[in-house]
Write a protein that binds this ligand. Sequence first.
Ligand code: ADP
Length: 269
Amino acid sequence: MPTDRYRIHPGAAVDLAAHDPDDRALFDGTRDDAEAVIGAQTKRLEALQELLYAENQHKVLIVLQAMDTGGKDGVIRRVFDGVNPQGVKVAGFKKPTPDELAHDYLWRVHPHTPGSGEIAIFNRSHYEDVLVVRVHGLVPADRWQRRFDHINAFEKLLADEGTTILKFFLHISKDEQKARLQARLDDPEKHWKFRVGDLDERRRWDDYMAAYAEAIARTSTRHAPWYVIPGNRKWYRDLVIGRIIVATLEALDMRFPPPEIDPRSVMVE
Ligand code: ADP
């Protein structure tokens, strides 16, 4: 599949500086051309989601991770535009509550994994526990280092029990983040999105890149692959992610369940 371009192969080293956030190798049309393709993909995704729901066999988990302004919300809005909200649930993971902190870090995550026929989208995820937690030293290093193994085992469990997992890192450049943060400051309707804490995180950009690179390298597996998606152009990001999700769902080879009765044998009066 052409989108394999962005897939991280199991065991491969990851150098994020070698992944161009402006890459657009899979599409040489204009932005308008892309919008038409995205629209068609969304229609296809809508049909596939209905089939997933009707068949009620597979479970699909989509993990979105990114630096602030990286576009997680935009992907959820655009790629899933028109998909029946009854079959898709979004779970956001923010700073843990005291109750969550009193448990292991996967405790709050597991209840949000998808059931049969469902798509679950994680807006941030258990990966925060090897990212922000590492960068801010919230637990000792020997503790977060062990988490890569837990995460791989957790995702293997989900996969073994019928979950198809796709993980996307939306990769923007530091300059692009600057422009997006400034745009939030310049637009009164975007002020609510701006948090002073974002500037503190931005100062730790290099630490985050190192943390992301190791997390992605250590946890990209055959059953739960990471994709590093060029994120500077929103339309390209949405186009590529939509294409990967559609291709993955197509490969599940789903079928509508057979009718309970022969439809020709009943008459609706
Ligand atoms: P978002 O940026 O996803 O739109 P927020 O601005 O509310 O939402 O940010 C959520 C914050 O919660 C992020 O700074 C993130 O790093 C933090 N967070 C998420 N999970 C954890 C965790 N396990 N430990 C500490 N902080 C976390």
